[in-house]
Ligand binder design. Structure first.
Ligand SMILES: *[C@@H]1O[C@H](CO)[C@@H](O)[C@H](O)[C@H]1NC(C)=O
Length: 498
């Protein structure tokens, strides 16, 4: 029908245009009109379906973006988006201690949650607080409620903005660490309640949470040191029988930046903390260990066969993360530390709590600083320790090398966020000393997409295992390494600072 109509089209238009005056009979006239209507009708029908299709498609095409319209997806257009680690999250929810469908939760352990935990900081800052929160929960005989490593709480935003680049808003803790911190077993013989995921706590404890007031414990502790804070909380928790206990969210963390910024803050708590299974049975995630295994020869070439970490059964923190003979690891913060070191100088800051452990070398802030001010000489002292230049770094390495504990160093691994050109210049300077056969940096690691966003933890694992480590006393990333080395029995002479 359509083909026939098309076939008569030319003649009819020709007729219509060229010979319209020759239409002499009514029949012809009627036929002409009929054909015209037919053409009109067919064209109209075609146009109509086209229009419908366009509207329909438009609705379909538009409908998808409109759900995320003005969202982060359009914001990050053209960039490869970070991973969301959903399989880790799923796995956390499936922990066997979660009895999602139980009609009663009475016979489950008591829980302890710190909803005001720190967010939006580097992994070093977050990890030190997680360790202490878990330590407190364990001492109170409550299950630690573990939470995401969080940059952005907003559930409708999967990505956070980090200096203009998208990073995951949340990383499940189990992508970074393993063991009791994320619900794994405690060492044999210890019947401590197993950690649970935040979602489980929120579900099971809905409508029956007991919220504790931080101010009450602060008044009792009268100190920001770890030991008195912990004791005050334990005394309180011992009087509470309820299953679901948390700290008032608006009151922030229990252990905060004031505690972590005081070099004496860990002293009294240290022995007990280091002996806690939270530390003795600390473990890095399989993702992090695999990154280490894959890069083993990049970090420091091996001479004899060493089984990959991921093939070795876990026994303890100390037995797993042993010293890598011959490896010197340097931690050099760049970037934001330009301004940060200046700020530290102005406020005559001491090392952080995790770096101020008693057996280690200390930094005594030079005299002469006042409220938010310091002399140019003192600022230079801070720069030399906090943001050393290449000549200062090499000089410090040479000085540390004279220690007995540094005998046999042959490889250097530089943990850094510095720009590649600067790192390459530093590597050349270290090679030029003639002391090292291999010099590598964080920039040389080959990481997969999921490992890329937990690279700080990979570096921590390397630093933790160095024969000699030289860190930055104001960095919490250094702090995590220092605590693990000290807890695992590394000689204090092998853990140094710039
Ligand atoms: C933790 O992060 C995951 C995404 O990785 C998210 O699905 C989950 O809701 C987060 N949990 C909480 C309690 O916010």
């Amino acid at each position: 029908m359509l083909r026939r109509a098309m076939a008569i089209l030319p003649s009819s238009t020709k007729d219509a245009n060229g010979h319209s005056t020759k239409i002499d009979s009514a029949g012809q006239c009627l036929r002409f009109i009929a054909r015209r209507w037919l053409v009109f009708g067919i064209t109209g029908f075609a146009l109509f379906t086209l229009l419908l299709r366009m509207l329909y498609l438009r609705e379909r095409v538009v409908a998808i973006p409109s759900a995320v319209e003005g969202s982060e997806y359009s914001r990050w257009a053209g960039l490869r988006l970070p991973p969301l680690y959903s399989q880790y999250h799923q796995n956390e929810l499936r922990l066997p201690q979660h009895h999602w469908h139980a009609t009663s939760h009475e016979d489950e352990p008591k829980f302890f949650f710190v909803p005001g935990h720190s967010r939006g900081s580097g992994w070093g800052n977050i990890m030190q607080e997680i360790l202490l929160n878990a330590y407190l929960a364990h001492k109170s005989n409550r299950a630690f409620v573990f939470y995401n490593y969080t940059w952005n709480d907003n559930p409708s935003e999967d990505y956070a903005d980090y200096a203009g680049k998208p990073i995951p808003s949340r990383i499940p803790l189990s992508a970074l660490v393993a063991g009791p911190l994320v619900g794994g077993a405690f060492p044999p013989g210890q019947h401590a309640p197993l950690a649970i995921a935040e979602e489980y706590y929120r579900t099971v404890c809905d409508g029956r949470k007991v919220v504790l007031d931080r101010d009450e414990m602060d008044k009792k502790a009268r100190s920001w040191m770890v030991e008195p804070i912990t004791t005050a909380w334990l005394e309180k928790l011992n009087t509470v029988d309820d299953q679901c206990v948390e700290v008032a969210q608006g009151q922030g963390p229990i252990y905060n930046w004031i505690t972590f910024g005081d070099r004496h803050a860990m002293h009294d708590a240290w022995a007990d903390f280091a002996a806690s299974p939270i530390v003795t049975h600390f473990r890095w995630s399989a993702l992090v260990e695999l990154a280490f295994d894959n890069n083993r020869e990049v970090i420091a070439p091996t001479a004899v066969f060493e089984p990959p970490l991921s093939t070795v059964p876990y026994t303890s923190n100390a037995e797993r993360y042993t010293a890598l003979a011959g490896l010197l690891v340097l931690h050099l913060r760049r970037g934001d530390y330009e301004g940060h070191c200046e700020h530290l100088a102005k406020w005559s800051s001491s090392y952080l709590a995790f770096n101020g452990l008693p057996a280690l070398e200390q930094f005594d802030p030079p005299e002469g600083g006042s409220w938010g001010e310091n002399t140019p000489e003192n600022v230079a002292v801070y720069r030399a320790h906090c943001l050393p230049d290449i000549a200062q770094i090499v000089a410090r390495v040479r000085a540390v090398q004279r220690a007995d504990a540094a005998r046999g160093l042959q490889h250097v691994y530089v943990m850094t966020n510095g720009a590649v050109e600067w790192v390459e210049e530093l590597k050349r300077a270290l090679r030029a000393t003639g002391q090292f056969t291999h010099v590598a940096s964080s920039r040389d690691l080959v990481l997969n997409w999921e490992q890329k966003y937990v690279a700080q933890a990979v570096d921590m694992l390397v630093g933790q295992r160095a024969q000699v480590f030289i860190g930055n006393g104001w960095s919490s990333l250094t702090g995590g390494i220092v605590v693990m080395r000290q807890a695992n029995g590394f000689h204090p002479d092998t853990t140094r600072f710039f």
